[in-house]
Design a protein around this ligand. Sequence first.
Ligand code: BDR
Ligand code: CA
Length: 315
Amino acid sequence: MPTKVILDVDTGTDDAVALMTAALSPDLELIGATSVNGNTGVEYTTENTLRVFDWIGRPEIPVFRGCDRPLVRSQADLGMAAVIHKNLLDLPPASHGATLRPQHAVDWLIDTYLASDGDIVLCPVGPLTNIAMAIQKDPRILEAIPEIVLMGGAHQMGNRTHSAEFNFLLDPEAARVVVNCGRPIRMVPLDATHRAMLSTQDAQHLRELGTPAGEAAARFVLQRIAGYEATQPILHRSGVAPIHDALAVCAIIDPTILTTDFIPVDVEVNAELSVGRTVCDFRTRPDKPANVHFAIDADEPKFVRMLLEILGRTA
Ligand code: BDR
Ligand code: CA
């Protein structure tokens, strides 16, 4: 039986690869996608999500538009992310029937979880605004969420600031609500996503698959590599880029792709210099009980193999 999953996305080039992977994997049943403000405005992240499903021949997967700003903060400066993602993905507008559903993403999440058998994995790969909002609006959904597998956070090194990863920085209060929600959480932070990069050669192999998903993924990987080289070159490597969000989806399909530590994790919301920082306690005798399976490493060859296998499929 495929694992049921909902993706919450701020599509985005790496979100797009995550969406295609979830939609085409025979091991997953993608119930729907919810969009959120993040890499760009929610009107664009929603449009991009529709474009992705339409392009790969899965226009029936429902898409719900979510929050257009963080829980309590004003709109952040998206600077660097905009260079890597641009507003609109390099895909044509939907023409095969992908259409936005009228319900708000937060309400759909609540209704869907309350009506479920407690078997839908939640996979947020953008700022956690929709998820925190849904938890606050109807906390009964918590017991219906078997696991949250999220891309976000960082221990060793931030990306948007020295201390913070982009998704957590954009809405730190929401991230704090989610990591403290009491449900099982697997966190895929930069520490893991920077251990599993794709190269220009991998992009070429994706293109050679000859499928719509392979072609789109090749474009996005190359766009990401160029964006990283222009804005935040990867230390000790060139011609590569992390495809963060797709790693979270692959971790649902095959948990052995990650090496995790079960530790106490929280999110800094008040600091002057380090707002959005993921606060990890790796001590052997921490003050608080562990709440997060925090990924510290990832298997790059397995990640590349999985993407080539799944994105070589058609709907
Ligand atoms: C995260 O930020 C976004 O730019 C990416 O889509 C990913 O979810 C990485 O920090
Ligand atoms: Ca994202």
